[in-house]
Design a protein around this ligand. Sequence first.
Ligand code: ADP
Ligand code: ADP
Length: 237
Amino acid sequence: MITFSDVRVTYPNGVRGLDGVDLTIPDGEFVVVVGLSGAGKSTLVRTVNGLVPVTSGRLEVDGRRVDGAGRRELRAIRAGVGMIFQSFNLVKRASVLDNVLMGRLHDTPTWRSVLGVPRAADRELAFAALERVGIVEKAYTRASELSGGQQQRVAIARVIAQQAGVVLADEPVASLDPPTANQVLRDLKRIGGELGHTTVVNLHFLDMARRYADRIIGMRAGAVVFDGSAEQADDAV
Ligand code: ADP
Ligand code: ADP
């Protein structure tokens, strides 16, 4: 569960990213956040794993306070929160398998024990994750050789291997063509259901949000201006 209580974010330059957000996202929900560019979608998801610090208010993820969390606490929070980006954020020169193994780093004593000689258990998790997203045959291909849609599926596999309970996706399909974008969203939704993820996805377009969301959150100027089902969004917009 993720709980925002009057959360405000002011960036160092004085720009207000979040302006008093109150939200509760229960376990297992697939939430899509929509809004124009600059509405605060990215700021919202980035506060959840501490990438953007909260200026005031209270933010809890699975019972842990994110606001004011120290280094150790943030590490623990981040281990349970997987992140997917618009630009995929893969290590392009590394193989697909190594990229997925990086999802295990938080749980491994040293980088080398993952990428030097991976533990058998980590390899098994990584291959299972690749199977779940349908690209296990690309395990030994360099990430740079994959299409955009395939790269994003590797990023999803990395989050699966991380065994995180919460998945944040910041504009995950913004650089994909519409059919590929739909496929990636279908995968995210299906896998979230299979693994019980609590998923928060930022999207630019309401029509895509309607198709996949259990719940739609509309943002404007750092505030939540709509919070309801896809059907309610039809009436409201
Ligand atoms: P969205 O994801 O909906 O496009 P953002 O969360 O990126 O919105 O941005 C919300 C507001 O915060 C915008 O006014 C944006 O310019 C500002 N902002 C975002 N990131 C930063 C930053 N690192 N420093 C200063 N202002 C920022
Ligand atoms: P693009 O090259 O446009 O990015 P994709 O990377 O989405 O296309 O898809 C590449 C191939 O993988 C396609 O043939 C597609 O049918 C197949 N594919 C896409 N998603 C899955 C999946 N979840 N499981 C298995 N195969 C898939």
